[in-house]
Design a protein around this ligand. Sequence first.
Ligand SMILES: Nc1ncnc2c1ncn2[C@@H]1O[C@H](COP(=O)(O)OP(=O)(O)OP(=O)(O)O)[C@@H](O)[C@H]1O
Length: 257
Amino acid sequence: MMSETAIEVRNLTKAFYDADSDRTTVAAYEVEFEVKRGEFVCIVGPSGCGKTTVLRILAGLETKLGGSIDMKSENPPAMVFQEASVLPWLTVRENVGFPLSLKGVAAAKRRARVDELLELTGLTDFADALPHRLSGGMKQRVSVARALVDDREILLMDEPFGALDEQTRLVLQQELLRIWETTGKTVVFITHSVDEALTLADRVLVMSPRPGTIIADLAVPFDRPRDVVEMRRDKRFWDLTYEVWRLLASSSTEHQA
Ligand SMILES: Nc1ncnc2c1ncn2[C@@H]1O[C@H](COP(=O)(O)OP(=O)(O)OP(=O)(O)O)[C@@H](O)[C@H]1O
């Protein structure tokens, strides 16, 4: 199963034109990668290199200028954004069930599915709370639960833990790994953090500064299930950290030259 391709991106290029300044920004340039079914792939790269743009194109939220994308899945991908996108007037339960309400899933069936997701994401005790009572980490759990509720095959995550403190972030990384192992989703996860990418991914794609293109595709060799704290005792973790930083540093020097 693992060898089946879920996402194939070829020569993907995107430019934005700003009419006010009459300038064109090339946000992604000939981006190429593949993701296998059930694989967890992280994309790291400097700020503004086009990571979000690539993900938004995969999500169908943005058009592309050139190249091709093949998403081999039965349903459209789910997306989790950096800012928790909870609806403030709905309870946690209603927020998580929102995609099912939109699809007109019957109340009893919806409730059973939402209960499962609340359990999976550790939100059961907060089911009837309104979002203003939740911490940033809890709100982001709600976003993750909602992205999983209607069982999309592909999960696209745009720096979902970027706004959280380091400790909360580590807790949610561990939780996400557990959820991913349970659900078997194909995940594309964007992050600024080399550390986060190595913690989570099967493979890390490194992007150059804008116009962003993929400059390396590194396999992350740690066994599953992973312990996000214990894996930091492994020398390979720091060797890979160094390798990714070296790639990022050398590509930014080339860019300035
Ligand atoms: N809608 C838009 N209109 C014009 N320019 C845009 C638009 N969206 C993105 N850009 C530009 O495209 C480039 C890439 O942006 P993008 O958000 O994809 O980068 P990123 O790698 O995700 O950055 P960060 O890590 O800081 O979030 C940037 O220069 C950005 O200003």
